[in-house]
Design a protein around this ligand. Structure first.
Ligand code: MN
Length: 447
């Protein structure tokens, strides 16, 4: 299982749009991705100005596709992720792999790295899966980071104070640069594992291996002490400097607004390996793929948290309009009055960046925003069913939050049917037809 085998699978299902017209990595490809993102196909750009390489985008752009990559039904996805987080298994390390077909001197200008938006600081790598070890070798970590191209051999890396940041701090205290592998073009399971909120000390490659039915294979890099998937499209070998920092940004984050500029460490690129005819993978900042990869693992945390207070949680959607991060829609099987509000509190506790949450009954399609709005219109009373919590910690990604303290106001909407009023008043009218007519309608009108 690798990116290419997944693309072949999607090709047979007609889910790849081949772009044969010549396009530029500078604004043109990002513009086309942006126009297509919501539930759109995978895009394969085959003819680039100034590059011989192909660019693939929107690989994990829909929930359905992520499930297809893991070969699982959507209703089993959360359980599958929880199981992989709980019992990670070491992948096999092999001597040689397809990613080592070509080993050459690094030159970032030869790679079709995209320049996305008008005010961006420059070209950015956005699909980088980064592996590193602690100085003493006891801890390994894999995570996704954006990388700004500084010149042919240097990148600036955005390190949010999480696990890779911690490994870098430890190396810095020992006066050492931190070796990293930067893998680009990997199977969706590796992307999803690298975005998972597992604790410090868990190697996300081990999580990916479980998601891939133990078929992940790693190879050791040539110039640094780090590993990469043996069948990655390309890998940059790098060292995060212990002493050198630069201004990183401006760059667009998950909300589609510009993140602030910060001093961030420099990565020296010391090696470059790739498949002979490698495909470069792009992820559009703030596109549905970016939002899904960040949001989906958080949905699992919200789901697990609400399950502790309400016996049955149907589904969770960190909706795309909420940037896949700030808005949760949750459907539950309500048993007692008050379940809706308890579910809201549990959702806020599970995901500190969550700002607005809506709880509905299981007859509402939480992926259809009109349906959710209908539930609010017919089942919700603001004087009784609204929760407002002031001055709690949110996310500075939210432009309206206090940018210094991160404090924000959270709102919860309980749009479940009140059990104190007659049930029939909330029932949605149905037309009783048989399977034949249902089939006919979907044939005539599409799904
Ligand atoms: Mn980690």
């Amino acid at each position: 299982m690798n990116l290419r085998s997944f693309l072949e699978q999607m090709e047979t299902k007609g889910k790849i749009l081949h772009v044969k017209d010549e396009v530029s990595t500078r604004f043109e490809i990002p513009f086309i991705i942006e126009k297509s993102v919501n539930e759109g196909p995978i895009l394969l750009f085959e003819k680039l100005k100034n590059h011989k390489t192909k660019v693939v985008a929107n690989v994990c752009g829909t929930r359905k596709r992520i499930c297809e990559a893991l070969d699982i039904d959507q209703n089993k996805l959360y359980n599958r992720l929880v199981e992989a987080w709980r019992s990670p298994r070491k992948p096999q390390i092999i001597e040689d792999g397809l990613v080592k077909e070509v080993i050459e001197k690094p030159d970032l200008s030869k790679i079709p790295i995209l320049t996305h938006f008008e005010k961006d600081a420059g070209p950015y790598i956005t699909s980088a899966v980064i592996h590193a070890k602690s100085v003493d070798g006891s801890v390994e970590n894999v995570s996704v980071h954006r990388l700004q191209v500084l010149d042919k051999r240097h990148l600036a890396i955005r390190l949010v104070p999480r696990h890779l940041y911690k490994l870098w701090q430890i190396a810095k205290e020992a006066n050492k640069d931190l070796d990293i592998s930067i893998s680009i073009g990997v199977h969706p399971a590796v992307m999803l594992a690298a975005s998972s909120p597992v604790p410090f000390g868990v190697n996300e490659f081990d999580v990916a291996n479980v998601l891939m039915d133990k078929s992940l294979r790693l190879v050791k890099c040539e110039h640094v002490d780090a590993y990469t998937p043996a069948e990655a499209e390309l890998v940059l070998e790098g060292k995060i400097s212990a002493g050198s920092e630069v201004v990183e940004g401006p760059f667009v984050d998950i909300t589609g607004t510009y993140d602030v500029e910060r001093m961030q460490p420099v990565v020296e690129v010391v090696g470059f390996m790739h498949r002979e005819d490698y495909v470069y993978q792009a992820v559009l900042p703030s596109g549905s793929e970016h939002r899904l990869l960040m949001g989906l693992p958080r949905e699992v945390l919200i789901w697990k948290s609400i399950l502790k207070v309400v016996p049955k949680v149907h589904a969770v959607n960190l909706s795309l309009g909420g940037s896949g991060w700030f808005h949760a829609i949750v459907s539950i099987e309500k048993q007692l009055e008050g379940d809706g509000k308890n579910a809201l509190l549990a959702a806020f506790a599970a995901h500190p960046s969550l700002k607005h949450a809506v709880v509905v009954d299981s007859d509402i399609d939480i992926y259809d925003i009109s349906d959710v709005e209908w539930a609010i219109a017919t089942r919700f009373q603001a004087s009784e069913d609204l929760i407002i919590i002031e001055n709690v910690r949110g996310s500075t990604l939210d432009s309206s939050a206090d940018q210094k303290t991160g404090l924000t106001t959270k709102m919860g909407i309980d749009a479940t049917c009140p059990l104190t009023k007659p049930k029939e008043r909330f029932e949605r009218a149905k037309t009783p037809v048989n399977k034949h007519i249902e089939g006919l309608a979907s044939k005539l009108l599409g799904e």
